[in-house]
Design a binder for this molecule. Structure first.
Ligand SMILES: Cc1cc2nc3c(=O)[nH]c(=O)nc-3n(C[C@H](O)[C@H](O)[C@H](O)COP(=O)(O)O)c2cc1C
Length: 323
C-alpha cells in the first residue's frame, strides 16, 4: 500500500480530506459512502457518554462501523472525565474503534451549558483530566476536536491544545469558530495555521467552511494543516472526497449513489430509513432543478419500494441508465 500521508498514533492515514462528524448526517451508510469516495477516516456522530452508560440503544447504533470504514473514530461528548474514561473503555471492548475522539466543539446550549462540547474549553482542568483519563483507559490513540475558544474574549485553543497534547492527544482538529460564532459568520483559518506552527509534530486537522475542492486545497496551502475536515458541504457533495466539485459528477453516479445509500439504510433499519434518507436525496437533486411537485412527491413518499421506483423513474428521465 502507498505510504501514509500522516499517522495518528500508530494508525496510518491515507488522504487529506475527512468527513466531519455530524449528528444526524454522518450515519453508517453516509460514512461508508464517503470513505469509498476518499474520506481518509470516519468519525462517529457524538456519543453522549451519559446516555451510553444508561444503555440507550440509539447511541450504540452510532458505533456500528464496517471493516471497510476503518480507521473509525468513536467520538465522546460529556463533561465528566471519569465517566468518559469508563465509557471509552467499554466502547473499545464492545466496538473496537481505531481512535477515540473527544468532542470539545459542540456549541448547543444544552451541551455547552453543562460544560460538555465547547464548554470543556472553559475548564482547562477538565481538559487535562479527560484527555489523560481517556488515554489511560484505552489502547487506541485519542484525538480532540475543538473550536477557537468559548467566545472571542477567550481564544484559548493554543492552551487547550497544549494540555491535550501533554496528556496524550495524538491529533488535534480545529474548527475556526468560537462557541459563540454562528455558521452565518465565516470561519477563521489563520488560527489553524498558528496551531500547526505550534504543533509541528502532531497532526492538525483544519475545519470550517470548506465547500469545494479548491477551498480544501487553499486551506491545506494557507495553513499547512495535515488534513481538512469537511462537514456541511459533504451532505450535497460526498464526491468532494474524491476532489470533485458537484458539477463534475455525472447523473449516473448520483443515481447509483443515492440508490445504494437508501438500500444500505434500509438493510440496517428498514423502519427508520426513508425519513433520514430524504435530506440527502433533496441535496443530491438540488442541482437538477426538478419541478416543485416532483420533489414534493419524492420527499413525502413514505414507502421504500415506491420511493425506489420513483427514484429510478426520475433518474432515468435525468439521463441515468438503470437496470
Ligand atoms: C448538523 C450538524 C451536526 C454536527 N454534529 C457534530 C458532532 O456530532 N460532533 C462534532 O464534533 N461536530 C459536529 N458538528 C460540527 C462539524 O463537525 C463541523 O465542525 C462544522 O460543521 C464546521 O465544518 P463545515 O463548515 O465544513 O460544516 C456538526 C455540524 C452540523 C452542521
Amino acid at each position: 500500500m502507498a505510504q501514509a500521508d500522516f499517522t495518528i498514533g500508530d494508525i496510518p492515514i491515507h488522504g487529506r480530506l475527512i468527513l466531519a462528524p455530524m449528528d444526524g448526517i454522518s450515519d453508517a451508510a453516509f460514512r461508508l459512502l464517503t470513505r469509498r469516495l476518499g474520506s481518509a477516516y470516519s468519525v462517529s456522530e457524538f456519543i453522549n457518554t451519559l446516555d451510553y452508560a444508561n444503555q440507550k440503544n440509539y447511541q450504540k447504533k452510532r458505533l456500528l462501523a464496517r471493516q471497510e470504514e476503518r480507521p473509525f473514530a468513536a467520538q465522546l461528548l460529556d463533561n465528566d472525565a471519569v465517566r468518559m474514561a469508563e465509557c471509552a473503555a467499554r466502547i473499545e471492548e464492545e466496538f473496537h474503534p481505531d481512535i477515540i475522539d473527544i468532542n470539545m466543539g459542540c456549541a448547543a446550549k444544552s451541551v455547552a451549558g453543562r460544560g460538555a462540547g465547547v464548554g470543556m474549553m472553559r475548564d482547562p482542568q477538565l481538559v487535562r483530566d479527560a484527555v489523560a483519563a481517556v488515554s489511560r483507559a484505552v489502547k487506541v490513540p485519542v484525538t480532540v476536536k475543538m473550536r477557537l475558544g468559548w467566545d472571542s474574549a477567550s481564544l484559548n485553543f493554543l492552551e487547550i491544545a497544549s494540555l491535550a497534547a501533554e496528556n496524550g492527544a495524538k491529533a488535534l482538529a480545529l474548527h475556526g469558530r468560537t462557541g459563540k460564532i454562528s455558521f452565518h459568520k465565516p470561519a477563521q483559518w489563520q488560527p489553524i495555521a498558528e496551531l500547526k506552527r505550534a504543533f509541528e509534530k502532531l497532526p492538525v486537522i483544519g475545519n470550517g467552511d470548506v465547500c469545494t475542492p479548491a477551498d480544501a486545497r487553499r486551506m491545506l496551502e494557507q495553513t499547512g494543516c495535515d488534513a481538512v475536515m469537511i462537514g456541511r458541504a459533504a451532505k450535497a457533495n460526498p464526491w468532494i472526497f474524491s476532489w470533485r466539485s458537484r458539477e463534475e459528477v455525472p447523473i449516473q453516479e448520483v443515481a447509483e449513489t443515492a440508490i445504494w445509500q437508501l438500500g444500505d439504510m434500509l438493510a440496517s433499519d428498514p423502519e427508520n430509513a426513508v425519513l433520514p434518507f430524504r435530506k440527502y436525496l433533496k441535496a443530491y437533486l438540488e442541482p437538477s432543478h426538478l419541478p416543485r411537485e416532483t420533489m414534493r412527491t419524492l420527499l413525502t413518499c413514505p414507502d421504500p419500494t415506491r420511493l425506489l421506483a420513483l427514484m429510478n423513474e426520475i433518474f432515468r428521465e435525468l439521463g441515468a441508465t438503470l437496470p
